[in-house]
Design a protein around this ligand. Sequence first.
Ligand code: CP3
Length: 346
Amino acid sequence: VKGGFLKVLAGEPVWPPPLWMMRQAGRYLPEYREVRSRARNFLDFCYSPALATEVTLQPIRRFGFDAAILFSDILVVPDAMGRKVSFVEGEGPLLEPIGVDEVEKLANPEVVLQRLGPVYEAVERIRGALPVEIPLIGFCGAPWTVATYMIQGRGGDRTPSRLFAYRNPAEMVLLLDRLADASVVHLEAQAKAGANALQIFESWAEGLPPAAFQDWVVRPIRRIVDGLRQRGVTTPIIGFPRGAGLNLQNFAGLTGVDGVGIDTATSIKSARAILGDRADGRQIATQGAMDPQALVTGGATLERAVQNTLAEIHGVPHVFNLGHGITPDADPANVARFVDLVRSGT
Ligand code: CP3
């Protein structure tokens, strides 16, 4: 496996830029909805290697993206650690909020690995079915984002998770460290099963005071990166701290990631100016950051959105992507046009 996506993650500019979309296997695709309707619930779907393989391949077949992303979810980790996780139609994920005294009862990494066996089986099957030149991305949620779901029972406003952290600093460190250690073995297993790149989703990085960002976002991500490298995993790692804003200052240097995902509210140029240097001296790779709503409207909005992103990434190692996941109301015809526009590179 080689190709533009991995070149960019190695710090080399590629033109036209490699392209994939967050949530590319998702409800905007009729063929996804068909497979989804065969599973009893969303977690069963994630734990079915056959179904996960099928939906991972769908957007590759239809659009020819330059990378595939494993169909799974960031919340399989708390599920495997023994927390109750469910997905309510139209409401998103719901968890049983964790109590302070329950943190130390979370299942250890060996148990997590054993319970997530079907995920690694899916990675193996997908790697076997994908064309050799298409890299496969494995992923996990970053500790702060997953902890937020565990503490609040849902996403949204991070007031409850911040209060939990301020009131129980020792338990918060323990929770973040446990999640980081589970994430290390989870990502390592995906890499061993055939994932060619790894992405850490920090979806709830927004609105944190700079000192808290260092403690809850940077330090746990650093722990994951160091843990993987210590175990000999050399797979490139992308961190995506959505909404980080000026907290992106030296994010690459401080966490050790190879690439950084950029959200819709951040200019790629400004982000690159402050991200800092990679430990290996290569240029930091960036990824993003087009507004997914342009795939709902299409037309001139989409053309302008593609041009605006392309104009920012000449001569720099960048993976074309969205600044957030594609939404269920996006039109697959707009996605096909989007791929053509990016590939034409103008
Ligand atoms: O195509 C891909 O991107 C790969 C699969 C993937 C899913 N979730 C499938 C999914 C990935 C990489 C994720 C990551 C994920 N999951 C994140 C981080 C990225 C982000 O969106 O910020 C988060 C926060 C979650 C938690 C989660 N899972 C939420 C908030 C939801 C509901 C959102 C919604 O759109 O309803 C899910 C469910 C989910 N995970 C869906 C998919 C395709 C939709 C549910 C369905 O099909 O019924």
